[in-house]
Design a protein around this ligand. Structure first.
Ligand SMILES: CC(C)(COP(=O)(O)OP(=O)(O)OC[C@H]1O[C@@H](n2cnc3c(N)ncnc32)[C@H](O)[C@@H]1OP(=O)(O)O)[C@@H](O)C(=O)NCCC(=O)NCCS
Length: 181
C-alpha cells in the first residue's frame, strides 16, 4: 500500500476486476476524452495477465472507498525503460485534488523503484483537468502528437507531457515510506 494524505494506492487484485470492467465500460467514468469501449470481466482478466507489464493501482480514500485507478506501463519494450501513466477518477470524486495526489504518489513510486529517467503521459487537447493534474505534479508539455489516438469516431491530437528524474528531484509524498525502509 502506498500511503498519501488524502488517498492511498493499492495494487489491483483479481477481486477488483469486476469493478475495473465496469469502470472501463462506463462512458461517464472513463470520460469523454478516452476511448469508448465495452470490457467484459474475461477481457479484464486477460488485461490483468498481460505480458506488457501494465500495472494498475486502485485509488482508495482513507475510509477504503475505491474511487479510481492509476496505472503505468512501458511505452516500448521494458528494456527501454520508458514509462507512461494513465488515470481515471469517478465523476463524483473529481475536483478534490485526489487525482493530483495519486499521480504524485505514482511518480514518487516509479522514480524510487525503477531506473527510468522519464515518465510520460498523454492527454486529449481538450482535457484541461488532466493537463492541470500533470502540470501541478511538475510534468512539462513536450508537444503535440498529431492524430495518434482514435476516440469517439475520430482521430484526435494529444499533448505529450513528461517529467524527468532531475525535475522530480525527491519524493513529495512517499518520504515517510522511504524513512521506514
Ligand atoms: C482527469 C481527471 C482524473 C482529473 O481528476 P480530478 O480529481 O478532477 O483532478 P484534481 O482535482 O486533482 O485536479 C483537477 C484540476 O483541473 C481543474 N479542472 C477540472 N475540470 C476542469 C475544466 N473543465 N476546465 C478547467 N479546469 C478544470 C480543477 O479545478 C483542478 O485544478 P485546481 O486544483 O487548480 O483547481 C478526471 O477528470 C477524470 O477521471 N477524467 C476522466 C478520465 C480522464 O480523462 N483521464 C485522463 C486521461 S489522460
Amino acid at each position: 500500500m502506498l500511503e498519501g494524505k488524502k488517498v492511498n494506492l493499492r495494487v489491483m487484485e483479481k477481486e477488483d476486476l469486476p469493478l475495473i470492467a465496469e469502470w472501463f465500460s462506463s462512458p461517464e467514468v472513463f470520460g469523454e476524452y478516452n476511448t469508448l469501449r465495452q470490457m467484459s470481466k474475461t477481457e479484464a482478466e486477460k488485461m490483468f495477465e498481460s505480458p506488457l507489464e501494465l500495472k494498475t493501482f486502485i485509488i482508495e480514500k482513507k475510509d477504503g472507498n475505491k474511487i479510481g485507478f492509476v496505472g503505468h506501463f512501458y511505452v516500448l519494450h521494458p528494456a527501454a525503460r520508458q514509462l507512461e501513466i494513465g488515470y481515471v477518477l469517478l465523476p463524483s470524486e473529481r475536483g478534490k485534488d485526489y487525482c493530483t495526489e495519486a499521480v504524485n504518489i505514482m511518480v514518487d513510486y516509479l522514480f524510487l523503484s525503477k531506473e527510468s529517467r522519464r515518465i510520460q503521459a498523454q492527454t486529449d487537447l481538450r482535457n484541461v483537468a488532466s493537463q492541470k493534474v500533470l502540470e501541478k505534479v511538475g510534468f512539462k508539455k513536450e508537444g503535440t502528437l498529431r492524430k495518434n489516438f482514435f476516440r469517439r469516431g475520430e482521430w484526435r491530437d494529444t499533448y505529450l507531457y513528461s517529467i524527468l528524474r532531475e525535475e522530480w528531484k525527491e519524493p513529495k509524498i512517499l518520504t515517510k515510506t522511504v524513512q521506514h525502509q
